[in-house]
Design a protein around this ligand. Structure first.
Ligand code: HEM
Length: 219
């Protein structure tokens, strides 16, 4: 039996095929999908397809899309490690697309929902689920600002990696925001939160041996 005929070989062959196929997909596709994820619910709102409370439904659809893009971004490392499918070249575009969608989510809240500056501050400070969402949004900004190759060179790889550990805080915070929005421990947001914790644990597990090896190799 050759390696390609073993279960592992078959999985590896399929992973390589998926990797090769994805190699033909331009990274810009991610941004196009992001724009569609924003434009489509706006179109639905304009054509009356979002029901009796279109602003709220629009807010919810954009929030959910943003969270889903963040989940896909987090899944890339475990996907490479456990399924040998390497889609890491889409990571930066996914992060920036998530920020783009969250900005639209925030803009709907600011300009179509609340609209009153005094209430905006009051909500950010006094409503914990808004505070948590805002914190997650603000954490995305330094990550987006330092996502280019030039920024990595300017900061240095170690400082850049430390800063980007913010991902480990902001994505669970976004999921906690979802849990808090849907009051009463609903199952859907809890599944997102659990899945995100699982993905982050898989990534952390990958980081820890590196640390242990570093310690061991110290004189
Ligand atoms: C990383 C940042 C964020 C993510 C991923 C996110 C995600 C979500 C999700 C998944 C929902 C629930 C959708 C549903 O019920 O199906 C939601 C709802 C909402 N979020 Fe966010 N959010 C973020 C930041 C923010 C910020 C910064 C604000 C405002 C300051 C905000 C305001 C809201 C509002 C008003 C709702 C709708 C609540 C309702 O159902 O009445 N979010 N968000």
């Amino acid at each position: 039996m050759t390696f390609a005929q073993t279960p592992m070989g078959r999985t590896g062959g399929m992973a390589a095929r998926i990797g090769r196929l994805a190699g033909h997909v331009p990274v810009a596709t991610v941004y196009v999908v992001g724009i569609l994820l924003i434009a489509w619910p706006f179109m639905q709102a304009l054509t009356g397809a979002l029901g009796p409370d279109p602003v709220r439904t629009l807010e919810q659809k954009l929030g959910l899309s943003a969270l889903q893009v963040l989940v896909v971004m987090l899944a890339l490392t475990p996907l490479r490690r456990f399924a040998w499918i390497n889609l890491l070249r889409f990571r930066r575009a996914l992060g920036l697309t998530a920020l783009m969608i969250v900005s639209a989510h925030l803009a709907v809240w600011l300009f179509l929902d609340v609209r009153d500056p005094a209430r905006i501050w009051n909500d950010i400070l006094r409503r914990p689920w808004i505070t948590v969402g805002m914190a997650a949004f603000l954490m995305m900004l330094p990550l987006a600002a330092t996502s280019s190759g030039a920024a990595i060179r300017r900061l240095g790889a170690a400082a850049w990696r430390r800063l980007h550990m913010l991902t480990y805080v902001l994505v669970p915070l976004a999921a906690v925001h979802f849990v808090m929005v849907r009051k009463g421990w609903q199952i859907e947001p809890l599944i997102y939160l659990a899945f995100i914790v699982l993905l982050l644990t898989l990534r952390l597990e990958q980081l820890l041996p590196r640390r242990r090896n570093k310690k061991r190799s110290r004189p």
